[in-house]
Design a protein around this ligand. Structure first.
Ligand code: FE2
Length: 193
């Protein structure tokens, strides 16, 4: 079997399991942990995801996003993210569930407490947790959870990012100013438009 064929088959099997978990359990922390377990199993087969099949952008800047699977209604979107050196995203939500697992390299995720809007303004975002997503680990986010991603170094960084719907469909997604907690629209990555 060709490598890409084996990859497509493994991806299709994983996505079928993810669909089943969501339909049986709904969108809960437990369901996302079960989805993470399936994605970790897929990511562990790193021979299916050789870096040469997923090059970074020509200018060496920003991440590059490859769509591995997406349903015709834009649900259950699985991407491979080829990270770059010195990349930071602002804190943002997804308006759908999200699970990130590592194939190669490290992606630091900062998870934030929801901004407290009670005393006159949203205020500064506080980091609740830091998780390094590397081979064997992953992070799960409910639709309103807020995270940011940070990458350093020139080593190869490959991560699976799966969402309940395609990034292009996250029309209400917002990014947060970490100092003020104020939000503005967070447009999709150029590869996902
Ligand atoms: Fe994200």
């Amino acid at each position: 079997m060709e490598k890409s064929e084996a990859r497509d088959e493994a991806v299709a099997e994983t996505v079928a399991k993810v669909r089943r978990i969501e339909s049986e359990q709904g969108i809960t922390r437990e369901a996302l942990a079960a989805i993470r377990a399936e994605l970790l199993r897929l990511a562990a087969r790193s021979e299916l995801f050789p870096p040469e099949d997923f090059p970074g952008p020509a200018d060496g800047k920003d991440n590059r996003l490859y769509t591995l699977s997406m349903d015709s209604d834009k649900r259950f979107a699985l991407y491979l993210n080829r990270g770059s050196a010195d990349k930071d995203t602002p804190p943002h939500n997804h308006t759908t569930w999200a699970v990130v697992v590592g194939i190669a390299g490290e992606e630091l995720n900062r998870i934030y407490r929801p901004p407290d809007a009670e005393d006159g303004g949203p205020g500064r975002l506080e980091v609740a947790e830091k998780i390094v997503v590397r081979p064997g680990t992953g992070v799960c986010l409910l639709p309103d959870d807020i995270h940011s991603i940070h990458m350093r170094g020139e080593d190869v960084k490959l991560h699976l990012h799966m969402y309940g719907k395609a990034i292009s469909e996250m029309k209400e997604r917002v990014k947060y100013d970490p100092e003020t907690g104020r939000t503005e629209h967070f447009p999709p990555h150029r590869d996902a438009r």
